[in-house]
Write a protein that binds this ligand. Structure first.
Ligand SMILES: Cc1ncc(COP(=O)(O)O)c(C=O)c1O
Length: 384
């Protein structure tokens, strides 16, 4: 759907998501990881890109899809997704019925949860597929690697759940160099070793390991090739963004989103007048063209970027000036001209996600997931 072709009124501010780039990104990831299966993460509204367009397009390109919340898994089913969906975040016991209802794959992150799942599967005469989560250093959810033996033995003995996978999550995979870091920093390599020690327990007990052993997020895909195992779980890379600034950009990836808007108002402001709430920025010297853009912090164009960000107006870069309002912000075009309706780009086409991250004092993950539901997602190049 392009804004011109749609009958729906599209807000002048929208996120354009290029699905052909998404496809290329997945192909590049697949080529990098050899024969490992690929489970793109589409949690948090597909990292802000719009899960309703991203997930159905990704489905045929992916082996499984990953989400954080059981509710996100249910949403994918409502979108018509048929492939397996692994829910990676934590689950409360009372949420277990949702796994059966929506045919979702459970992350068994504790023995209690695993036993409750097996019990519910038995009593409702349904099967449930699970992946065991081992904590090798993240200290978030999962059974500690040093206490995993009973957990995996018990899991292997259960009759009503199908233990399809076992995985762990990396705390620092995006670090390129670990020299000189404090000893508390657990490296991806150390986590892989701990995970392999857990996997060796299957051999010790002459048990088959679950067929899907996985550890690599985006950082792991870039930095830990020996960790590809049976499957990888790319999140941010899927969307064409690297998980860390220092990582050599050795994959053929492109960011898939361009955040677009239009000039809503254009005027000349006189020297001495100050722009926006708090009068933080003042016109100095000579009169200047100030344009107003219909996007604000309620859209995820955060207030902390006030007087820091830059935007493209008709393809040229200008500073954002004055405080970002809830629904609007201003940019200073100096002596240049611009008319109402002219094109504005807030992200993409030369403005990298990492620039917004720097202006916001955060990372690219947070920049993308902060783009709010009020910003329509417009999907382009979905059909070849
Ligand atoms: C369990 C799990 N796997 C994979 C990912 C994907 O991470 P990334 O976006 O860094 O690739 C996440 C995201 O945090 C996650 O929680």
């Amino acid at each position: 759907m392009s804004p011109e072709k749609s009958n729906e009124p599209v807000r002048p501010t929208y996120l354009e998501v290029d699905l052909s780039r998404l496809k290329k990104n997945i192909e590049s990831i697949r080529a990098r990881v050899g024969g490992a299966k690929v489970m793109p993460m589409v949690k948090a509204n597909a990292y802000g890109h719009g899960v309703e367009g991203v997930a159905p397009f990704l489905e045929p390109l992916a082996d499984m899809l990953g989400v954080a919340l059981v509710e996100e898994g249910a949403q994918l089913r409502r979108l018509g997704i048929k492939k397996p969906i692994l829910v990676t975040g934590g689950t409360l016991l009372e949420q277990l019925p949702l796994y059966f209802e929506h045919d979702l794959t459970l992350t068994a992150s504790s023995l209690d949860l695993l036993l409750a799942a097996d019990h519910l599967a038995e009593s409702t005469r349904q099967r449930l597929t699970v992946h065991l989560l081992i904590d090798t250093g993240m200290e978030r959810v999962g059974v500690h690697h040093y206490a995993a033996e009973q957990f995996i033995l018990r899991a292997a003995s259960l009759k009503h759940v199908n233990v399809e996978g076992i995985y762990t999550h990396l705390a620092n995979a995006e670090l390129v160099s670990v020299e000189g870091l404090p000893s508390r920093v657990v490296t991806a390599r150390r986590q892989l070793e701990r995970f392999q020690e857990v996997l060796a327990l299957y051999e010790k007990h002459s048990l088959p390991a679950p067929p899907l052993r996985h550890i690599c997020n985006s950082g792991g895909i870039m930095n830990l090739p020996e960790g590809y195992l049976d499957m990888v779980r790319p999140g941010i890379l899927t969307y064409g963004i690297y998980p860390g600034r220092d990582i050599p950009k050795t994959l053929d990836l492109q960011p898939i989103a361009v955040w677009r808007s239009r000039v809503l108002y254009s005027k000349i402001a006189q020297p001495g007048s100050a722009v926006s709430y708090g009068s933080l920025w003042q016109v100095e010297g000579s009169p200047r063209r100030i344009v107003t853009v219909p996007c604000g912090y309620a859209d995820g164009y955060l207030r902390v970027m006030s007087n820091r960000a830059r935007v493209l107006v008709n393809g040229k870069s200008y500073p954002q000036v004055g405080r970002v309002c809830m629904d609007l912000f201003m940019a200073d075009l100096g002596d240049d001209d611009a008319a109402v309706g002219d094109e504005v780009v807030l992200l993409g086409e030369g403005i990298a996600p990492e620039e917004l991250a720097a202006w916001q004092g955060t990372n690219e993950y947070e920049v993308m997931t902060n783009i709010s539901a009020r910003v329509p997602r417009v999907f382009i190049n979905g059909v070849e």
